[in-house]
Design a protein around this ligand. Structure first.
Ligand SMILES: N[C@@H](CCC(=O)N[C@@H](CS)C(=O)NCC(=O)O)C(=O)O
Length: 209
């Protein structure tokens, strides 16, 4: 088994944090996105989408998509549960994970990819050549601001995003906020619930993964 990773990239970090929380260690191979190794023939042969993370199983098969990879490890090693333990909790955690991914992580990516000079011609992750879109960067920036507002509101009376337990929703939330910071998008001082939650999850040893 091996995880194809890129240490600087946000999505593989979600998997690394998840594994650290579970205390699982597996071999890791770096795919250098700056050198465009992810769109070389060798990598595309195992993942035609040209993205990381990618999990290679012992049977030689592959699983891409961060949450699918996390789902695999949750099934292999249920403790500690990071995706819920009963039907309602599972649905609630999935709901928040998805909300944070769609409204925080993806807009943070839109803002960054569509404005940073290093991503010229790389408006989309993977092998497609796609021009940057300043409109998408602007839209991403606005949406990240709205996301901070909503998350601050959500965290008014809760320790973690999905309730009283740390979960995959917090992992995606932490990674989304750090990624937004690459575009200098940060919570405001008045977003005290969000900031307190951030400090809580960022203080966990897994945040360094
Ligand atoms: N939804 C995918 C997104 C994967 C993704 O976009 N990964 C980025 C790194 S954070 C990537 O591989 N980028 C390749 C590129 O920029 O060409 C997941 O969660 O795994």
């Amino acid at each position: 088994m091996k995880l194809y990773d890129y240490a600087m990239a946000p999505n593989p970090r979600r998997v690394r944090i998840f594994l650290a929380e579970k205390g699982i260690e597996i071999p890791v191979e770096q795919v250098d996105l700056r050198e465009r190794q992810n769109v070389g023939d060798d990598y595309l042969a195992i993942n035609q989408y040209g993205t990381v993370p990618l999990l290679e199983l012992d049977n030689g098969k592959h699983i891409c998509e961060s949450i699918a990879i996390c789902r695999y490890f949750e099934a292999v090693q249920p403790d500690p549960a990071l995706m819920g333990s009963d039907p309602e909790e599972q649905a609630r955690i999935e709901m928040f994970q998805r909300l944070v991914e769609l409204n925080g992580l993806m807009p943070a990516g839109e803002a960054f990819r569509n404005s940073h000079p290093a991503f010229e011609g790389r408006g989309m992750a993977g092998p497609l050549t796609m021009a940057q879109s300043p409109d998408l960067a602007e839209r991403g920036t606005i949406r990240v601001g709205k996301f901070f507002e909503k998350l601050d509101n959500e965290l008014k009376n809760k320790e973690f995003i999905a309730g009283d337990k740390y979960s995959i929703a917090d992992i995606t939330g932490l990674v989304a906020i750090d990624f937004a910071g690459w575009s200098k998008l940060v919570p405001t001082d008045s977003q005290v619930n969000l900031k307190a939650w951030y400090d809580r999850v960022n203080a966990r040893p897994s945040a360094k993964a």
